[in-house]
Design a protein around this ligand. Structure first.
Ligand SMILES: Nc1ncnc2c1ncn2[C@@H]1O[C@H](COP(=O)(O)OP(=O)(O)OP(=O)(O)O)[C@@H](O)[C@H]1O
Length: 295
């Protein structure tokens, strides 16, 4: 069966920059696909081409096997885009904003359903400019769902939210996925990608450099764990262990945790604050791109 959405050899050439340089991937129906990459990697440009908002210089986007260019109006009915906050009319209430956006589409999801799915009950009659960051994101998500789309695009939906609001938003995304919708997400938070995405693509310099489920990518690239100690404590082991400094902490990647612990014990290093963690998408990102994600 054809993928629901397919990027086929997408290129976007600006006068001085090749923002996207031959990107191909498929997004099967019902999954959450995450696009990750450092600043300027070409994620937004790729997503804009997937949304039909930007035209590719070469290549094409297919929805259910057909070019979206030839059926642009129909495609717009099938997708929902979580706009940035500027899309909200500040002096309208949440309910009025939803009605305003609903009026733009022939097919509408009932307002009561939207309110329940996005948990908007508490602040439905509040002016939009009086919402907290987390509430605002929930309203923007509801607006992306007004036409009951098959594909929902979320561009860095939790940037700037506190950890609790971020987790609440993740719950919402999970419930929307459980309804069978397909999600395309960009994020700077690796934990978010790990929590929500069935499949991720990592971009750098306009190209897709890795693709797969977070778990598979980690298993493919790493067979070790990371031991972390405060830098001063790690120094006690001298140069015997190849610790790498990360701020006030030192990290050691090793397949032999027991051996490393033995060296530290013999050196008399304090182990009270020792942490051992599995490899994460942050590590993978650093290994593949040479960059910290939140540089
Ligand atoms: N309209 C434009 N005109 C010229 N260059 C552009 C335009 N839009 C983006 N670019 C350039 O294309 C490259 C990719 O940009 P893009 O916004 O797609 O990256 P990104 O991965 O989304 O980055 P970020 O995480 O910072 O949003 C960058 O070098 C950017 O400066």
């Amino acid at each position: 069966m054809a993928a629901l959405l397919e990027a086929r050899a997408l290129v976007k050439q600006y006068p001085k920059v090749r923002a996207v340089d031959g990107v191909s991937f498929e997004v099967p129906a019902g999954i959450c696909f995450g696009l990750l990459g450092p600043n300027g990697a070409g994620k937004s440009t790729t997503v804009e081409m997937l949304e039909g908002v930007a035209q590719p210089s070469a290549g094409e986007v297919l929805f259910r096997g057909e070019s979206i260019r030839s059926r642009a109006a129909r495609y717009r009915e099938k997708i929902g885009i979580q706009f940035q906050s500027t899309a909200l009319q500040d002096f309208l209430t949440v309910r009025e904003n939803l009605r305003l956006f609903q009026a733009l589409y022939p097919k509408k999801r009932p307002l009561d359903e939207l309110i329940a799915v996005c948990r908007l009950e508490e602040f439905l009659d509040r002016d939009s400019h009086k919402l907290s960051g987390g509430q605002r994101q929930r309203v923007l998500l509801a607006i992306a769902l007004v036409n009951d789309p098959e594909v929902v695009f979320l561009d860095e939906p939790t940037t700037g939210l506190d950890p609790q609001a971020r987790r609440n938003f993740w719950e919402l995304v999970r419930s929307i996925k459980a309804e069978g919708k397909t999600l395309v997400l960009t994020t700077h938070y690796m934990e978010e990608a790990y929590e929500l995405c069935d499949d991720i693509g990592i971009m750098d310099h306009g190209r897709l450099i890795a693709r797969g489920s977070p778990q598979r990518l980690l298993a493919e690239h790493f067979d070790d764990s990371v031991l972390e100690l405060p830098a001063a404590d790690a120094l006690r082991a001298g140069s015997e262990l190849p610790f790498v400094l990360r701020g006030d902490w030192a990290e050691l990647s090793t397949r032999d945790i027991a051996g490393a612990l033995e060296v530290l014990r013999r050196a008399g290093a304090p182990l009270g604050q020792l942490r051992i963690r599995p490899r994460t998408l942050e590590d993978l990102f650093l290994e593949l791109t040479g960059k910290e994600l939140r540089a």
